[in-house]
Design a protein around this ligand. Structure first.
Ligand SMILES: *Cc1c(COP(=O)(O)O)cnc(C)c1O
Length: 306
């Protein structure tokens, strides 16, 4: 639930966004959903680590319900992006990987947002120390300069396709488009040459995290989550009890609009403020970004408390 895997009939079905399902008579048959590892909203009295295990074990329960022989694969984003940059507790992914392995079910890590340095690693699953069998990629593959996507396939799956299936009977008009592939290759070359993944991991990521963490002192901020250059500021009406505003949209939009008016493009997903700056952002720009955000929070805190 609340995962995002794209807008095609299959992609939207795999995703867990009910408002997308409702507009398209989805999900299509054969796709089932489990809850999201969103501790702040759904963790209750459990510690994040306890809740991470509980959320992962929903997968086990669902597999039992459906019958192990009927489940081909489990797909999720290492960190839910569109859903609100929801960083799962540290216990979540290792438990998911354990369950998939024990049941011989393929693990698919949707790396469309997390891939290519965003988390300070080449791929989001590396941050969590798990190894998927398949990994969809796009966005950062070309840094968005030209449209290109793909799926990384492990040998375990690839060997079956080559040796037992032979031809893969699917293709798109623009599959393997050489211009987009050239742009992606050049983008990857620059990421390597400028050591941008290392920069995110060792330098600019920690700088962003430290700056954003300081916002946890703000009365309107319940929690800050930051991995590499991917971050969320969770708004709260009462920090101590993790109480959120009744009108989450208004809280988020009020912060966002103030930031926009002051030159910062910040995304509000409900009451979570999302950051995903370019991997080449400077330290000064990060500081400005956090300063504008702080002023947006000051403004919204006044507005929301009438
Ligand atoms: C953007 C996104 C997609 C969709 O990719 P398209 O190229 O638009 O199909 C899939 N998964 C995740 C995690 C995304 O963020």
């Amino acid at each position: 639930r609340n995962g995002y895997h794209g807008s095609t009939v299959a992609g939207a079905s795999l995703g867990g966004m009910t408002w997308m399902h409702e507009q398209g008579d989805l999900p299509i048959a054969g796709i089932h959903h489990i809850g999201q590892p969103f501790w702040y909203a759904e963790g209750g009295d459990l510690s994040p680590e306890e809740f991470g295990l509980k959320a992962a074990r929903e997968l086990e329960e669902k597999i039992d319900e459906l019958g192990e022989e009927n489940v081909a694969a489990f797909v999720a984003e290492p960190i839910q992006g569109a859903g609100g940059v929801i960083v799962p507790p540290s216990t979540y992914w290792p438990e998911i990987a354990r369950i998939c392995k024990a049941r011989n079910i393929l693990l698919i890590a949707d790396e469309v947002i997390c891939g290519f340095g965003r988390t300070g690693h080449w791929f989001g699953h590396q941050y969590f120390g798990v190894e998927p069998d398949l990994a969809p990629i796009a966005k950062g593959l070309s840094s968005g300069y030209l449209p290109i996507g793909g799926v990384l396939v492990s040998d375990r799956v690839g060997d079956v396709l080559v040796e037992e299936v032979g031809d893969f009977n699917h293709g798109f008009t623009y599959s393997g488009h050489p211009v987009c592939a050239a742009a992606a290759l050049e983008n990857l070359r620059i990421i390597e040459e400028e050591r941008l993944v290392e920069r995110v991991h060792d330098d600019i990521g920690p700088h962003l995290a430290a700056g954003l963490k300081a916002l946890e002192e703000h009365p309107m901020v319940g929690q800050v989550q930051c991995v590499g250059l991917m971050a969320a500021v969770q708004l709260a009406e009462d920090k101590a009890s993790r109480k959120r505003f009744d009108d989450k949209e208004k809280a988020g939009v009020t912060v966002r609009n103030h930031c926009l008016d002051n030159g910062l493009v910040l995304r509000a997903t409900g009451d979570r403020m999302l950051f995903s700056p370019p991997l080449v952002i400077s330290r000064d720009e990060v500081d400005t970004m956090i300063d504008v955000t702080r002023r947006g929070l000051d403004h919204a805190w006044k507005v929301m408390r009438g």
